[in-house]
Design a protein around this ligand. Sequence first.
Ligand code: AHM
Ligand code: MG
Length: 341
Amino acid sequence: MQKNIMTLERHFLEQQRKFPLARGEFTKLLTEIGFAAKVISREVNRAGLGNILGDAGVVNIQGEEVKKLDLMAQKMLVSTMDHLGILCGMASEEEDTFIEIPDSFPTGSYALNMDPLDGSSNIDVNVSIGTIFSIHRKISDCPRGDAADCLQAGSKQVAAGYVLYGSSTMLIYTSGHGVYGFTLDPCLGEFLLSHEAIRIPGRGRYYSINEGYADRWFPWTRNYINHAKKPPEAGGRGMSLRYVGSLVADFHRNLFTGGIFIYPGDTRADKGKLRLLFEAAPLAFVAEQAGGRATDGRVNIMDIQPENLHQRTPLIIGSADDVDDALRFIREETNETSHVR
Ligand code: AHM
Ligand code: MG
């Protein structure tokens, strides 16, 4: 029998005792995210049996087809979080503007940013997808919150993490005191602590990038990737390629095995595709807390002050030494040109 079973809720309560500034509402907030994740996990697991695969028939602010499961996850998170009296509002990859708390519910002192279901292209084909979340303290003077509460730099996050719906469902989070991982026990229906003080190796075996876009890459990307895959005897790093196409899954693998994930700016989109608030900043917080790094090629992701909710950013994230290698190639190029972003 498994010893010392540590549920998500018990873990948060114990953390709350260790860090006296933590308040009960923060524990409640994270526990409720865990609850929403369990419901989303159940729906994702049985998606092929119900009528919930496929497009929802709408296009989001990014101009992308929204899937039925995207909408289900968005509704589940909003309806789980909006009535707690802990949030002053939310922002989501699936919603154009700041999500207000309905007048009938009290508001609180935190704001939630989320990508309800990341990895849209994999939703209908039973490949790993995820939910990404990030929590900030309310900073606006507006009694019921406004977009400024969600528009904060990554360094101001009080907690962030993701849920991976993979061969098992895992919740990984940090509140600035290390990175913890929980695995969903499908029989108990509870997230149980399975990984403590997660550290990303300083260097990794894998590089993750969409090589299908190589024709649009700036030279530094091509030069770095050539270096990453060239065998050590030829002066390279001899790394292998792994690319799922779900950021959460690619990041999660590299977190444990070491490696680097790159979604660069290129000649078609100089800021790439990924969103600063909903994808890059939360994972940057996790990466840094695990001893890794995250940059847009010029500055740390955590230091970027967002200007709009759906702002995109190039993302280079993973093992510290691998990210430093990539930065070296960027610096070599920026000495000659200035189109890194
Ligand atoms: P999504 O939020 O619409 O799912 O888009 C984000 C996803 C990431 O999970 C993944 O890293 C990336 O898009 C893959 O994009 P591409 O197919 O261009 O490689
Ligand atoms: Mg996404």
